[in-house]
Design a protein around this ligand. Structure first.
Ligand code: NDP
Length: 282
């Protein structure tokens, strides 16, 4: 078994972005909007902000109490949409229950939607158009795979079909493009005989949100395993992935750790999208 070192690959990407940002003729700005005090969201924004300062992107974090109205948030977004110093806008999800998340996502100008969640950017991904923004976690996973092995013609099984990970990832890896061209199976909670499906994978990607869900028996020896999951488990200090790492790692050919696998790549792709936005906007 070999470890796919997402932290190292992400760090190399950040270094190459730093060089480009130093040469960029103006400051690049990224705005984070954070509603409520979800501890995981606070931690994610902190990590993203740290990456910004490492590579020279100016970040602002706008924090709102959990009872903020949707109108207030939409008003803030429309101001940021018009602000020439802001190249990217990121609303940290999940939002409190009284928000219509899709409506909020849609209110971000597509050309500043560095998370890639706006329907226009999702549509461009589906059509294979290159001038949108790719969602950061799927793009980060594709980059991890590209660093590890050729995926053309491989059978990729993705477990999880969310709009932010599984579904766009299935589209991305099955594109008729270099670095893609995989045969993709998208499994979910209604899939029958899940174990039989996962055992057919050359590359197995777990994006489920259930700690240690993927057991050794579900994995074909020699499989490449990508663990997207980030789970907090009671009485355990460390974060836990969706894969039973200790049991699966010995039979996998490659595997990502949690933490230090997909997570850092998500942040690196966010930084890349922000530079891309600034470059397009001039
Ligand atoms: P969601 O909860 O939105 O989606 C989970 C998916 O898993 C759903 O499609 C669901 O199926 C499927 N699923 C749930 N239980 C089962 C089961 N028993 N068998 C088969 N499929 C099942 O999660 P996200 O996609 O947002 O996140 C998934 C994980 O990835 C989480 O741990 C999250 O924290 C992590 N994550 C990590 C990121 C990173 O940067 N590393 C970024 C984003 C997320 P159904 O659709 O039928 O309900």
């Amino acid at each position: 078994m070999k470890l796919i070192d997402g932290k190292k690959i992400a760090s190399e990407i950040l270094d190459s972005l730093t060089h480009k940002i130093e040469q960029f003729p103006r400051k690049i700005g990224l705005a984070f909007l954070l509603v409520g005090e979800n501890q995981a969201s606070l931690a994610y924004v902190r990590m993203k902000k740290k990456a910004c300062s490492r590579i020279g992107i100016q970040s602002i974090v706008k924090e709102y109490p959990a009872d903020t109205s949707q109108e207030e948030l939409l008003k803030e977004i429309s101001q940021l949409n018009l602000d020439p110093q802001i190249d990217g806008i990121l609303v940290q999800l999940p939002l409190p229950a009284h928000f219509d998340t899709l409506r909020v996502t849609r209110s971000i100008a597509p050309e500043k939607d560095v998370d890639g969640f706006h329907p226009i950017n999702m549509g461009k991904l589906l059509l294979g158009e290159a001038d949108g923004f790719l969602p950061c976690t799927p793009h980060g996973i594709q980059q991890l795979l590209a660093h590890t092995l050729p995926i053309e013609g491989k059978h990729v099984v993705i477990v999880g079909r969310s709009n932010i990970v599984g579904k766009p990832l299935a589209v991305l890896l099955s594109q008729k493009k270099k670095g893609a061209n995989a045969t993709v199976t998208l499994a979910h909670s209604q899939s029958k005989n899940l174990s039989e499906i996962t055992q057919t994978a050359d590359i197995l990607i777990a994006a489920i949100g259930q700690p240690r869900f993927i057991k050794k028996e579900m994995v074909r020896p020699g499989c490449v395993v990508i663990d997207v999951g980030i789970n907090r488990v009671q009485n355990e200090e460390k974060l836990v992935g969706d894969v039973d790492f200790d049991a699966v790692a010995p039979i996998a050919s490659w595997i990502t750790p949690v933490p230090g696998g997909v997570g850092p790549m998500t942040i690196a792709m966010l930084m890349q999208n922000t530079l891309e936005s600034a470059t397009r906007r001039g």
